[in-house]
Design a protein around this ligand. Structure first.
Ligand code: SF4
Ligand code: SF4
Length: 283
């Protein structure tokens, strides 16, 4: 799978404590979005993930999904907080060609979710709407010290909503560079064991090296660094991933032609305020 993650907007009406991006009143024009899709298809990308900000606010959402579907049979997925994801809207987006939504929910209980995300209610409403619209759904769940004990509740809830799976994500610094809620080593291992017990229903993103290692599945490089994933910014430039947008190139070829240079930059990055030793050679 080669995945192009397209940031269609930097707008978002929510205010999540863990948000890693600086929100701006900017969205990708339809012309730029079409250009990005064309370039990614030409470069062999077969999965498109539309993200933000909150893509539910994007003015050309149905148009760009229809455009991708018209040109290819690529997988089209939407990463959302659940904002404005009603049953009717999801039915319409499905008709345009959308294959699945990934809804961010960090805790079954609002009190747990609110340590890192703005609204559990929005996310739950979107998952129920997806079920009614017969659209495939997944839960994006960031593993943290304050929600690791809630994993079983999320698992039960995901099953009840007929979700296809849970995507376990790494806890990154927020836009101020602060990392809060880092898993202790003991809970990291406990969670790794619990994820293994789900027999593949919960999957760990390739970027989350510590968790993969604890599960006995360590990899050398994430998908961004081995060329299987690219991040398109709202202005149409390309970065390795959503967390490394300070590295920017005008086209995908240029990004990967310079991969030694940007990998060096990644390894030199320092994150301040961490309470846990991170191996920066793997971000
Ligand atoms: S994490 Fe996503 S949903 Fe939350 S404020 Fe940031 S852009 Fe919005
Ligand atoms: S480049 Fe670093 S932050 Fe980005 S996906 Fe890879 S490991 Fe994660």
């Amino acid at each position: 799978m080669k995945c192009s993650v397209i940031q269609v907007t930097k707008r978002c009406p929510l205010d999540c404590p863990q948000c890693y991006m600086v929100k701006e009143d900017a969205e990708m024009t339809e012309a730029v979005a079409r250009k990005v899709v064309d370039q990614c298809l030409a470069d062999g990308f077969n999965t498109f993930q539309l993200t933000g900000g909150e893509p539910g606010t994007y003015s050309c959402l149905s148009e760009i999904i229809s455009y991708i579907r018209c040109k290819s049979d690529a997988q089209i997925i939407l990463a959302t907080s659940g904002y404005n994801m009603t049953k009717q809207r999801l039915e319409n987006l499905k008709k345009c060609g959308l294959n699945a939504i990934f809804v961010s929910l960090n805790g079954y209980y609002s009190a747990v979710n609110s340590n890192s995300r703005d609204s559990a209610e929005l996310a739950k409403a979107a998952l129920i709407a997806a079920k009614s619209a017969h659209l495939a759904s997944y839960i994006n769940w960031v593993a943290r010290e304050d929600n690791c004990k809630d994993f079983d509740d999320i698992f039960v809830y995901a099953r009840a909503c007929a979700c296809k799976g849970i995507c376990v994500l790494k806890n990154f610094p927020n836009y101020k560079g602060e990392v809060k809620g880092t898993l202790s080593e003991k809970n990291l291992q406990k969670l790794a064991n619990r994820i293994l017990e789900t027999n593949g229903y919960a999957k760990v993103e390739t970027c989350y090296m510590e968790m993969l290692k604890a599960m006995g599945e360590s990899k050398d490089l994430c998908d961004a660094r081995n060329g299987n994933c690219v991040f398109a910014n709202v202005d149409g430039s390309y970065s390795p991933c959503s967390k490394k947008t300070y590295i920017k190139y005008q086209n995908i070829t240029e990004l990967y032609d310079n991969n030694n240079r940007w990998m060096d930059q990644l390894c030199q990055q320092e994150v301040k305020g961490t309470d846990f030793q991170i191996d920066f050679s793997i971000c």
